[in-house]
Design a protein. Structure first.
Length: 597
């Protein structure tokens, strides 16, 4: 089983020091030379594995559908993007260009009911062409229903030697509808002929230079800049060059463990991806040649994403041999979203050839007894999941207590800013908003807020605040997408009878509505409470504020409709707006999908 770690960015002790030179550009157009067509497969007629050759898809927000369409402005093919709930996505290609040249980007766009959505006062643009790595360079957007319409823009490439061209749907926000793109052209119009000049006025004098200022000519002479007056310790911290070769970063382990990937790159054009083969051997990257001083502190940060099973990732500053010659910071969690881990080291020795190592091993087992580590083991053939057994092989009694599990690889379902990743139903009565505190609020009903993504077996954690006495709501899961609250329901209702919390008045928070009541009402209205929902095949259980309130197995016959029988198919997650009195707030919604069996 292979596991992946993405390493988008590494920064250690970054200060800023800049050197400037002046030059005067003189633009010169070559009118005699015809404009060169630079994009591959610009009319999308060439097919490779059912897709337009040379082009890829990318989604920045919402839920998009990509199609290689059987219609076109010219020829018989084009590319299409569609979304019913809202998307910010593109067909994209990256091409080399000349720096400091003038180009024209043009193409034809056809739209059908394209509408822009407004989120937190910011509206999307529609269907357009843009350059991903030169902000502000974009054609006029097309919206509504329009036949093939030509769009174009002339721009300067600046210092870029490659450009990412997007056939963009949405654009800095979400859009709905359908859009087709065809006959995309990138043409070089002219070049700039740079003629550097230096002007020295010998009649003027400047301020005296302090003797405390580094007085040599500022140039990259050996380690005088990097590793010298420049506090940044690492070269190529954003991975401009591919790991290996001329890059200062080298592979730890087999060279095939590390490859550069362009999809979802955190910064720049590509990101190193570490793939663990599952043979107990760690994989990673290393940069050497660092000058380290004993007792000196070094700080930085690293951004990581990847499969949860590839954790933990260890970042080590090394100044000598053996365990005493290094200090390690461990990032214990990985998820689909990039997360930052701060780094802080203190060198335990001097070295002119120190190094920074970033390694992942995957499925590591660490055992601690009374806070002291007694075992560290790397499983060469880990199971995706299984049962936990409590064994004892001697005679006499033994007791266990405080057995706790902590879900790993949790990722956010709600970003705290807007409803990206969620589908609203304005035709229903519920109103869903994001508050200034970054909380999700649902008022009134009947209505619902539904995830765009679908989930089968998972652990879901969230916090809930009931803004009224005895209000009713619920979290539905494995729902049939688009149906009104057609899924299993984990109830939210904090009422109980006769002053007895063991007698919920309406199933009770954490109970499975119409299946199993909560054994105790743990939460209170007008106070935040935590909820954990664990779903594994036919079995499901809920904890409220860490107390297990339900445990149920659906032994009904299989049926794709969960109201009628056992549904194992993945489905959406829905927050319920129950009735006109509904007023609930939610925060810290996180989910971790269980690995395959």
């Amino acid at each position: 089983m292979n596991r992946h770690v993405l390493l988008p960015l590494m920064i250690v002790c970054l200060w800023t020091l800049s050197c400037f030179s002046s030059a005067a550009p003189a633009e010169q157009a070559d009118a005699k030379k015809p404009a060169e067509k630079l994009l591959p497969n610009p009319s999308f007629e060439e097919e490779a594995a059912g897709k337009p050759a040379g082009w890829a898809t990318q989604t920045w927000g919402g839920e998009a559908t990509f199609r290689y369409a059987d219609t076109g402005h010219t020829g018989r093919r084009s590319v299409m993007i569609a979304s019913d709930s809202g998307a910010d996505a593109s067909w994209t290609v990256t091409v080399p260009v000349d720096p400091d040249a003038q180009y024209r980007l043009s193409g034809w766009i056809k739209t059908e009911e394209v509408k822009t959505l407004t989120t937190k006062g910011r509206s999307a643009r529609g269907a357009l062409l843009n350059l991903h790595n030169i902000q502000g360079i974009a054609t006029k957007a097309v919206t509504g229903t329009r036949d093939w319409t030509k769009v174009q823009i002339v721009f300067d490439s600046g210092g870029n030697n490659e450009l990412q061209v997007n056939c963009l749907f949405g654009g800095w926000g979400l859009a709905t509808g359908r859009a087709w793109f065809d006959d995309i052209r990138l043409e070089k119009l002219s070049m700039k002929d740079w003629k550097p000049t230096i002007a020295i006025d010998t009649r003027k004098t400047g301020e005296p230079i302090s003797k405390y200022i580094y007085g040599q000519f500022i140039e990259h002479l050996g380690r005088c800049i990097y590793g010298g007056i420049w506090a940044e310790m690492l070269d190529d911290r954003k991975f401009f060059d591919a790991v290996g070769g001329k890059s200062p970063w080298k592979t730890i382990g087999d060279e095939t463990v590390v490859k550069m990937v362009k999809a979802d790159s955190f910064v720049g054009n590509h990101t190193p991806e570490i793939t663990l083969p599952g043979d107990e051997k760690p994989g990673g990257i290393v940069q050497g040649g660092l000058g380290l001083i004993k007792g000196k502190a070094y700080v930085g940060r690293i951004w990581l994403a990847g499969d949860p099973q590839a954790a933990p990732v260890k970042v080590s500053l090394v100044w000598g041999e053996g365990p005493g010659g290094r200090q390690t910071v461990t990032a214990g969690k990985l998820g689909k979203d990039y997360a930052k881990t701060p780094l802080k080291f203190t060198a335990g020795g001097d070295s002119n050839n120190g190094r920074l190592e970033i390694t992942a091993a995957g499925m590591q087992i660490v055992v601690k007894l009374n806070g002291r580590q007694v075992l560290e083991y790397l499983d060469p053939k880990p199971l995706g999941r299984g049962f936990i057994g409590l064994g004892y092989f001697n005679s006499g009694p033994i007791e266990f207590r405080n057995i706790k599990l902590k879900p790993l690889g949790m990722r956010r379902l709600f970003n705290g800013r807007d409803l990206t990743g969620w589908k609203t139903y304005p035709q229903l009565k519920s109103v869903c908003t994001v508050t200034e505190k970054g909380e999700l609020n649902i008022k009134r009903g009947k209505g619902q807020l539904e995830t765009v993504g679908q989930y089968g077996d998972f652990t879901l954690q969230l916090e809930v605040f009931v803004n009224g006495k005895g209000l009713n709501s619920g979290i539905f899961f494995r729902c049939i997408p688009g149906d009104i609250m057609n899924g299993y329901e984990s109830q939210i209702h904090n009422g109980f009878k006769d002053g007895d919390r063991a007698k919920p008045s309406d199933c009770g928070s954490g109970g499975f509505f119409r299946r199993q009541n909560a054994r105790r009402v743990v939460a209170d209205d007008f106070a935040w409470f935590g909820k954990t929902i664990h779903v594994d095949d036919k079995h499901m259980a809920v904890w409220v504020n860490g107390y297990q309130v339900s445990d149920w197995t659906d032994n009904r016959k299989p049926n794709k409709n969960p109201r009628r029988g056992l549904r194992l198919e993945p489905g959406t997650i829905i927050i319920q707006g129950h009735d006109p009195t509904t007023d609930l707030s939610f925060r810290n919604l996180r989910i971790s999908e269980l690995p395959e069996r």
